[in-house]
Write a protein that binds this ligand. Structure first.
Ligand SMILES: CSCCC(=O)C(=O)COP(=O)(O)O
Ligand SMILES: [Zn+2]
Length: 230
C-alpha cells in the first residue's frame, strides 16, 4: 500500500520529496536506486516522511514515501512501502541537530573525497577552507570546516550511532557528513536549505578534487580544535 497523507501539509511534503528526488536523480547524484530524502512534517514535527527503500529515485511519486517517527525512524503502520535502509542515519541527525530536512546522495565529487579521505574503521575528517562557498553552509566560523567521514559499516545502525556521537561532540560542525566509499548527507531547516547546503558541499568537494589539493585528513577525535586556537 502506498502513502496516503491525511493533511495538505503532508501531501505537499511528499510531493517535494518526489520532486527533489527526480531533480537530483537527473543531475546524476542518485544513480540507480541510490539516495534518500526526508522531511519533518510541519504540523507534526515529531513525525517525518522519508523516501521508500530500493526504488528508482528518478521515478518516485508522492505516494512512494513512508511516514516514520523522526527521532527513531520507527514506522507505525504496516503495509506501507519499506522506509529507506538509511533511515536510522536521518533519525540520528534529527535527534542531535535542529534539522527539519535531510538529503543523502551519491554525488560524484563528494563520493570521491569520501573514498580518498576514509580511514579504515575510524571516523576521520577532511578540512574545507578558503573557498567562498563555505559561507553557504551557515557556519559560526565560515573560514573553515572539518567535514566528518564515517566508516560505512554494513550494519547501518552502527553508522547512525557514530553519527549521533560525533554530532553531539561537535555541535558547531558543518551541516553535512561523508560516508566512506559511499556518499554524502546534508541537512537544514527546510528541504530547500538542505539542498542548497548539499550543493555547496558537493561543489567544495569538486573544488578540492579539481585543485589537486592534498586532502587534509585527520582522525576526527584527534583533529585540532580550531575554535580554541589563539
Ligand atoms: C544501490 S544504493 C544502496 C543503498 C544506498 O546507499 C542508498 O542510498 C539507497 O538506499 P534506500 O534504502 O534509501 O533506497
Ligand atoms: Zn547511500
Amino acid at each position: 500500500m502506498s502513502y496516503a497523507p491525511s493533511t495538505t501539509a503532508g501531501r505537499h511534503c511528499a510531493q517535494q520529496l518526489a520532486d527533489i528526488s527526480r531533480t537530483l536523480y537527473e543531475r546524476g547524484w542518485m544513480p540507480g536506486t541510490s539516495g534518500n530524502i526526508s522531511v519533518r512534517l510541519p504540523d507534526e514535527p515529531g513525525r517525518a516522511l522519508i523516501t521508500a527503500s530500493g526504488w528508482d529515485k528518478g521515478e518516485l511519486t508522492a505516494r512512494d514515501v513512508v511516514e516514520v517517527a523522526a527521532r527513531t525512524g520507527r514506522t507505525s503502520s504496516s503495509g506501507q512501502a519499506r522506509p529507506s535502509a538509511e533511515t536510522s542515519i536521518h533519525a540520528a541527525v534529527y535527534r542531535v541537530t535542529e534539522a527539519r530536512a535531510v538529503i543523502h546522495v551519491h554525488s560524484p565529487y563528494a563520493t570521491v573525497v569520501a573514498h580518498r579521505a576514509a580511514v579504515r574503521d575510524a571516523v576521520s575528517s577532511v578540512r574545507l577552507e578558503r573557498f567562498e562557498l563555505l559561507k553557504g553552509l551557515g557556519l559560526k566560523d565560515p573560514a573553515l570546516a572539518d567535514l566528518p567521514v564515517f566508516p560505512n559499516w554494513t550494519h547501518v545502525e552502527r553508522i547512525a550511532d557514530d553519527v549521533a556521537a560525533h554530532l553531539t561532540a561537535y555541535p558547531d560542525g558543518p551541516p553535512g557528513l561523508l560516508l566512506a566509499d559511499h556518499g554524502i548527507t546534508a541537512w537544514g531547516d527546510s528541504l530547500s536549505q538542505a539542498k542548497n547546503r548539499l550543493e555547496c558541499l558537493e561543489s567544495l568537494c569538486q573544488l578540492l578534487v579539481l585543485s589537486h589539493a592534498e586532502l587534509h585528513v585527520s582522525r576526527a577525535t584527534q583533529a585540532p580544535d580550531h575554535r580554541t586556537a589563539p
